[in-house]
Design a protein around this ligand. Structure first.
Ligand code: TXA
Ligand code: MG
Length: 328
């Protein structure tokens, strides 16, 4: 169902809220990626998200709230750090992991003692939460192990009729998921669990002590958060990260495609018959286009996707993380 991004039509939001009130699932746009929503405090409704995604239970979901008051009511302790980060980043792409209140069902937290909370900035997401008047549990609206959807068509491609309604407000602004930060313990530094659309510099401006360990095979295995395993962020094709000169290597018998961003790589591939996706050399614009390109690579039936390495600088942190996962 089409919906206006800037001024969501009240009748569309009402129709979506009615689907949720009947216990249905509604995919809705956020500024990061599309989410697959259910009413977050009703265990039987949240269960349906796991069935639709074919996601193993035990993977915690984010509750989407309309502000700090709704958030703090879902936490058993709302620390000074949580409050400062919420005020600095919300509405926006930062998920705070805090100790859970008893009202939060186990199915949402995967049995953990914590809950992930975020107030999205997208007007459609905010209108829907306001209309329902309760937090919405919403993971990315893709089947388990697929790439997060950045357009309504991706949701349909990934979930088909396992979702009751998809609100289509066009492509997402960031195209990459929220940054997730663990604030559960006051006696420990906040730890970034997932690099994302909120930058580390911006987070450290509020909590200078925040810790971030870039993804490695070792950290991946030792993850505290089950949903963070690498394989969750990959297209179907095998992904290999390469420096520009290797984009022209031969791979006999394989359908090979490439994602490039530099002038050098584009020049190298200009006269090749390979499927080439050219993304912008700017990290935010690259992130916005990356998952859509993975969906296109899947649709093209590629066996091997060569991706030109991106610069190892802070603005690229979230892209670097997703490419590391996709190629692991
Ligand atoms: O941008 C986003 O965060 C999108 C939109 C829809 O809001 N949502 C999203 O949800 O990416 P999902 O379920 O695909 O990813 C949520 C991540 C998972 O990696 C999960 O493990 C982590 O957040 N997470 C959620 N609750 C947690 C908790 N209590 N402790 C640790 N990690 C948690
Ligand atoms: Mg996801």
């Amino acid at each position: 169902m089409p919906v206006s991004r800037e001024t969501p039509e009240p009748e569309v939001i009402l129709a979506a809220a009615e689907v949720l009130a009947r216990g249905g699932l509604v995919a809705f746009p956020t500024e990061t990626v599309y989410g697959l929503g259910a009413r977050g405090l009703r265990a039987d409704e949240v269960e349906k998200i796991f069935v639709a995604k074919q996601r193993p239970s035990g993977h915690p979901l984010i509750l989407h709230v309309d502000g700090e008051a709704m958030a703090s009511a879902l936490a058993s302790r709302w620390s000074d750090r949580a409050s400062r980060l919420a005020r600095a980043f919300w509405p926006g792409p930062l998920t705070l992991v805090v100790p859970r209140a008893p009202s939060v069902p186990d199915v949402v937290t995967g049995g953990l003692a914590t809950v992930g909370l975020r107030m999205p900035r997208h007007p459609v997401a905010l209108a829907l939460i306001a209309r329902v008047g309760e937090p919405l549990a919403a993971p990315s609206a893709n089947a388990h192990m697929h790439v997060s959807p950045t357009m309504a068509a991706h949701v349909v491609q990934s979930l088909g009729d396992r979702v009751d309604l998809v609100l289509d407000a066009g492509p997402c602004d960031h195209g990459i998921e929220s940054t997730v930060i663990d604030l559960a313990r006051d006696d420990e530094a906040p730890r970034v669990l997932r690099a994302g659309a909120a930058s580390l510099d911006a987070i450290r401006a509020v909590v200078p002590e925040a810790v971030y360990e870039p993804l490695t095979v070792a950290t991946d295995v030792a993850r505290a958060s089950p949903g963070l395993a690498s394989k969750h962020y990959a297209p179907r094709a095998r992904v290999v990260l390469v420096d520009a000169p290797h984009l022209v290597d031969e791979h006999p018998g394989l359908r090979v495609g490439a994602i490039v961003w530099s002038e050098e790589a584009r020049a190298l591939l200009a006269h090749r018959s390979r499927t080439v996706f050219t993304l912008p050399p700017d990290p935010e614009a690259f992130a916005r286009a990356l998952f859509a390109t993975f969906y296109e690579a899947d649709a093209a039936g590629l066996d091997l996707l060569l991706i030109e390495r991106v610069p190892a600088t802070p603005p690229w942190w979230a892209v670097t993380d997703r490419l590391a996962r996709a190629s692991s």
